[in-house]
Design a protein around this ligand. Structure first.
Ligand code: AHM
Ligand code: MG
Length: 337
């Protein structure tokens, strides 16, 4: 685990003091993280105002993936892009809401930022937790012009990943590749303060999260796994399971990090050519790094998500992550076919 840092330390000081794998965080990365997290604080304030500042409802536009954009999807995307423009070490940005990568300045620098600016869009208008998911990669050649292929790196290469969930509290979870730490936004100081270091996901659990309305479309191994959970204490698992589904990945994964569990958004046969709903680069990869860093596992059924070689910025993937015993079982069921 990283060096111990005093609880309630503000995020800026935390980043200065952190020593992932024994080395200080490079200054360029420090500035990027501070700017990014500072922008999430602004976004949190806007989310909290909701209808009072006219940010609810549809934007009347679609994103690159053909999904209807909510006003807050667009606001969050613009805010985040604007918020990191001053970061000299940042070469480019990729977002769920923009088709092509966006160069920052001349498109040169050490880092690449990827994000889902507002995850859980269907929950915005009903006042249920939503969030921002982010991933930071090193740019392979810091001095050459930005290309899409710069971003197409395995998730294991992320230098930082995290999310901010805008819920009853605004909470930040982050990994710099040496454990997972949690912060809560303090409304008084306007700072994210450290509340927990070295989050650990319990290996066993009695809680699963999946959109059950898709059950008839799932592949056999996922159906078998969930049916066995539902069979409870008299079934093969010999225990009763509980189910949760918030429909905001940030909130569902936050619960998994907080008290264990398994979260699944698997491939289903409605669109057989589509590997899943969730996006690899800015949803599955950052969440998978957090989960693995907290001792859990994250797979697409067969392989660790962090080992997948990406082929496109907006590529989708089947996701099963959380408590190690459950994810291992699901992997075994996939191996049996
Ligand atoms: P979004 O990024 O457009 O909000 O979509 C991703 C969200 C995830 O947060 C969540 O797990 C999933 O979509 C919910 O899907 P469904 O509405 O099928 O339950
Ligand atoms: Mg999302």
């Amino acid at each position: 685990m990283a060096n111990p840092i005093q609880l309630k330390t503000p995020f800026r000081n935390y980043v200065e003091q952190a020593k992932p794998q024994g080395a200080a965080v490079p200054e360029g990365l420090q500035s990027l993280l501070i700017a990014l997290v500072g922008t999430c604080r602004t976004l949190s304030d806007e989310v909290a105002q909701g209808a009072l500042i006219g940010i609810l409802g549809s934007a009347g536009t679609g994103n690159v993936q053909g999904e209807v954009q909510q006003k807050l999807d667009v606001i969050a995307n613009d805010l985040l892009i604007e918020g990191v423009q001053g970061c000299a070490a940042l070469a480019g940005i990729a977002s769920e809401e923009i088709e092509e990568p966006l160069p920052v300045g001349k498109g040169v620098g050490d880092y690449l930022l990827l994000f889902d600016p507002l995850d859980g869009s269907s929950n915005i208008d009903v006042n249920v937790s939503i969030g921002t998911i982010f991933s930071i990669l090193q740019k392979p050649n810091p001095n050459t012009p930005l290309t899409t292929s710069d971003f197409l790196q395995e998730g294991r290469k992320q230098v930082a990943a995290g999310y901010v969930v805008y819920g009853p509290q605004t909470t930040l979870a982050i990994t710099l590749g040496d454990g997972v730490d949690l912060f809560t936004l303090d409304a008084v100081s306007g700072e994210f303060l450290l509340i927990k270091q070295g989050i650990a996901i319990s290996a066993s659990t009695k809680e699963f999260a999946i959109n059950m309305s898709n059950m008839r479309h799932w592949a056999a191994p996922v159906k078998r796994y969930v049916e066995e959970c539902l069979a409870g204490v008299s079934g093969p698992r010999q225990k009763d399971f509980n189910m949760r589904w918030i429909a905001s990945m940030v909130a569902d994964v936050h619960r998994v990090l907080s008290r264990g569990g398994i979260f699944m958004y698997p491939w289903d046969q409605r669109e057989p050519g589509k590997p899943g709903k969730l996006r690899l680069m800015y949803e599955a990869n950052p969440m998978s790094l957090l989960v693995e860093q907290a001792g859990g596992q994250s797979i697409n059924g067969v392989d660790a998500i962090l080992d997948l070689k990406p082929h496109g910025l907006h590529e989708r993937v089947s996701v099963m992550l959380g408590s190690a015993e459950e994810v291992s079982l699901l992997r075994a069921y996939h191996a049996q076919g």
